[in-house]
Ligand binder design. Structure first.
Ligand code: PMV
Length: 353
């Protein structure tokens, strides 16, 4: 008997221009475009194995060894249904193919980092899920086409289908067919930039991105300003900075956008606080580090950014990393010494099987 099984892995991505707000909650269509860097290395990845078999009675999924319910009409079931639909199209064209679209699937996924702690586990998770099903079904789909499906699992997941610098174009069509991820530049274009992840807390986050976004869309006037007047210009400017390998501009825009995202969270009613005192102290440290560099006639040396949680991601050219780690260790002494603190970004995005 043939075994139909495939494994794929996808890394986390960390946004420089943040996605926050949906204009369509079912299709997961955003209120603004966003741009991120896909991390590379083995620290922050989801690895997913999918198997199709005629003996399976229903679709099932295990996340970090615990079974998750696949709710009818929920995001998991939407992604699985869409992938089966794509497989069916392939089977319709070639009658000799096994009818995998009619079999149930068992999916097993593992994150090698804390789930739902503001480290974008849903992004790598849904990207790996879609990539493993694409490999299982041998779909001739491009990463951008697969991003249309991953987006319906978790918005930011669409960006993890690519390595390097990735934009999620918000699109304008009501069916979402143009709301997809595109590559801005591959990691090889700018391998000098690294990301340092400072895990301030690995607790589960207080307000999920889904409920937080909904509240923001309903109540924040600052969000409306951001969508209309701020993000379109920033998307252009940061894409140009990436193409020119201009770290000073990249860093400035990244920090401004993190600040505005958290301002928008605060402008929500009731307000949402994702950063804590340690997060803010790390911001102060990076601001001072940059101030000293600029005062000496230099340029910005590091950029912080925070997602929906207290953990800091610091982007910096490689030559500054040692200094930054030394500063962090000095001002934030750890009970346990840092283990392998560097998470380099870029890379292969999704690996095939
Ligand atoms: O894709 P979600 O629903 O996990 O939302 C992610 C939102 C942020 O991480 C805060 C920003 C982003 O663009 O990744």
């Amino acid at each position: 008997m043939a075994i139909y099984q495939a494994t794929a892995s996808a890394p986390v991505n960390i946004a420089c221009i943040k996605y926050w707000g949906k204009r369509d909650t079912k299709l997961i269509l955003p209120t603004n475009s966003s741009l991120s860097v896909t991390l590379d290395q083995d620290h922050l990845r989801s690895t997913t194995t999918s198997r199709a078999d005629p003996s399976f009675e229903k679709d099932r999924l295990w996340l970090n060894s615990a079974e998750e319910e696949i709710k009818e009409g929920g995001r998991l079931s939407t992604c699985i249904r869409e992938m089966k639909r794509m497989r069916k199209e392939v089977e319709n064209k070639d009658a000799s193919l096994p009818k995998l679209s009619t079999y149930a699937v068992h999916i097993c996924s593992r994150n090698n980092f804390p789930t739902a702690a503001g480290l974008a586990s849903s992004a790598s998770g849904f990207a790996a899920l879609v990539a493993s099903l694409a490999a299982l079904y041998q779909l001739p789909a491009s990463p951008s086409e697969l991003s249309l499906i991953a987006r319906q699992g978790s918005g930011s997941a669409c960006r993890s289908l690519f390595g390097g610098f990735v934009a999620w174009e918000m699109g304008s069509k009501p069916d979402g067919s143009d709301s997809l991820a595109v590559e801005v530049a591959p990691r090889e274009h700018w391998p000098d930039i690294h990301a340092l992840i400072c895990v301030v807390s690995d607790d589960k986050k207080g307000t999920s991105s889904t409920s937080g976004m909904q509240r923001t869309v309903e109540t924040s006037t600052l969000l409306q300003h951001r969508i209309k007047y701020v993000v379109p210009e920033r998307m252009e400017a940061i894409s140009a900075a990436i193409r020119a390998r201009d770290f000073d501009s990249f860093a400035r825009i990244t920090m401004q956008d993190s600040n505005q995202f958290h301002a928008v969270a605060l402008d929500t009613d009731p307000p949402i606080f994702y950063m804590n005192d340690v997060s803010r102290a790390i911001i102060a440290l990076i601001v001072e580090y940059n101030r000293v560099a600029v005062a000496a006639g230099g340029k910005l040396k590091a950029a912080y950014t925070y997602d929906a949680g207290p953990n800091a991601v610091i982007y910096a050219p490689k030559e500054n990393l040692k200094e930054i780690v030394e500063l962090i260790v000095k001002y934030f002494p750890q009970a346990e010494p840092f283990k392998d603190p560097f998470a380099l970004f870029g890379g292969a995005g999704v690996q095939g099987r």
